[in-house]
Ligand binder design. Structure first.
Ligand code: AMP
Length: 285
């Protein structure tokens, strides 16, 4: 594993790999690595000859200076963990390297950055876009890997990639959420929880039933589709655990969504199926 701290060194190593026709997978992180990050590296290593991992706690995405100060950092441990993976090159820049000048760029996400988490962390997603765009321009990977754990961030990155960085032709790959045994999604910030907070946080994944979770996903997709132009949304088993009036309401919601984009739904409910314009009967062989 090659350790680089300077952009020029990283670029040199990457252009050598590209000369050998190697495909480059990229995993950007803020360090304090855990199994969630390692799963992204595994995904990349399965699909590319070279995997580049960056570790950089990006100050421009923190709207709270106390949060930035307290963000967990452990370079020695991170490097020891990375050595056990198929990471080919790790990039550990200083802030002087990433921001030799103040970055004043303001990205337009058509409101996507102002909803949900963005409402409570002003400027956060703009900061994410600043650092990810810089890293993408430097690494110019074929594929870049992000966790579904940060659902809104993933939507922002896709938007950024399609709107501002199209010429780089980077494929964004979404990876599954890795959880602790108690159901809590792994996160570097979990290190800041005490035992009581940790077991309370684990309840988040238990509160919602399957049906509630699928309706929660419906609500999220409806919100995101308003600000993000996607051609097709697919809902698989959106109606698990519902019936009667609720199934009817879900069907109505999907029908309205289908007025602006193509919606494909896998369903068992006539209340939902009857709202569709076209029907395909699917049978298990
Ligand atoms: P971070 O270091 O928190 O900025 O995360 C770097 C990348 O790892 C992001 O794409 C995250 O979505 C992803 N990630 C973090 N935790 C997990 C997890 N538990 N499962 C899957 N991906 C994760």
């Amino acid at each position: 594993m090659i350790i680089t701290r300077k952009i020029s060194d990283l670029k040199k190593k990457i252009s050598e790999a590209k000369k050998n026709n190697h495909s480059i997978g990229f995993v950007p992180t803020m360090g304090a690595l855990h199994k969630g990050h390692l799963s992204l590296i595994d995904c990349s290593a399965n699909e590319n000859e070279i995997t580049v991992v960056s570790i950089y706690v990006n100050p421009t995405q923190f709207n709270n200076q106390e949060d930035l100060k307290k963000y967990p950092r452990n370079e020695d441990n991170d490097l020891a963990l990375l050595k056990q993976t198929k990471c080919s090159i790790v990039f550990l820049p200083e802030t002087t390297e990433m921001y030799p000048e103040k970055d004043d760029r303001v990205f337009d996400f058509n409101g996507l950055d102002k909803l949900m988490e963005g409402k409570y962390r002003e400027g956060h997603f703009n900061g994410v876009a600043q650092i990810v765009s810089k890293l993408f321009e430097i690494v110019k990977p074929h594929n870049a890997y992000f966790g579904k754990k940060d659902f809104q961030q993933l939507a922002i990155i896709n938007y950024l990639n399609n709107k501002y960085l199209k010429e780089l032709k980077i494929q964004i790959k979404a990876c599954e959420i890795i959880r602790e045994n108690n159901g809590l999604a792994m996160s570097s910030r979990n290190a800041r929880l005490n035992d009581k907070q940790r077991s309370a946080a684990a309840n988040i994944s238990k509160i919602a039933s399957g049906g509630e979770l699928s309706r929660f996903m419906l609500a999220l997709k409806v919100v995101l589709s308003k600000v993000k132009s996607v051609p097709t949304i697919i809902f698989d088993e959106i109606d698990a655990g519902i019936g009667g009036a609720v199934a009817h309401a879900v069907g109505e919601r999907l029908k309205r969504l289908g007025e602006n984009l193509q919606v494909m739904v896998v369903t068992h409910h006539p209340q939902v199926a009857s709202k569709g314009n076209y029907h395909l009967r699917v049978r298990k062989a």
